[in-house]
Design a protein around this ligand. Structure first.
Ligand code: AMP
Length: 139
């Protein structure tokens, strides 16, 4: 089985560009209602994962809770607690499952490190649940 079976393609993913401002980042996250989303460069390379917490602590620690001051700050300068580890397009299912144990989505990159989408833990679990149902019916 190929990991691409689980892929949510980039066209359906909410992501940020690293040169967008902190304010734009907050607005994008508010709009999509995700607590963490991938950040990519304008060249399409995966950079890391930004969370609501990263932005909150960034505004508190660096900008004294002033969003106005942070308005012109590129989101990439905000310290990130931890980036979701990506897998490459030709990773094994074991690789991908291993990553999904520790993060609720796994970014997927091609062999040039271009971001091509994500695999969510929910989609993996949904699939496994479906397989368990099928097995139960066949016994
Ligand atoms: P889910 O398993 O669907 O709850 O998604 C787990 C996490 O993956 C979410 O909390 C988001 O951080 C991220 N995520 C899921 N779907 C998307 C998407 N379409 N765009 C960006 N991030 C997403």
């Amino acid at each position: 089985m190929n990991i691409l079976f689980f892929l949510t393609p980039k066209s359906e993913v909410a992501y940020l560009y690293d040169d967008q401002t902190l304010r734009q980042a907050l607005e994008i996250m508010e709009h999509h209602r995700y607590t963490a989303i991938p950040m990519i460069s304008r060249l399409g390379k995966y950079i890391g994962t930004i969370t609501e917490g990263d932005m909150l602590w960034g505004i508190k620690n660096e900008y004294d809770l002033s969003l106005k001051e942070a308005e012109h700050v590129p989101v990439a300068v905000i310290p990130r607690r931890s980036d979701n580890c990506p897998v490459s397009i030709d990773a094994t299912m074991e690789d991908m499952f291993g990553k999904a144990l520790n993060q609720n989505f796994v970014p997927v990159v091609d062999d040039q490190k271009n971001f091509i989408g994500i695999i969510t833990r929910k989609d993996i679990m949904r699939y496994c649940y479906g397989q368990m149902g099928k097995k139960a019916q066949s016994v």
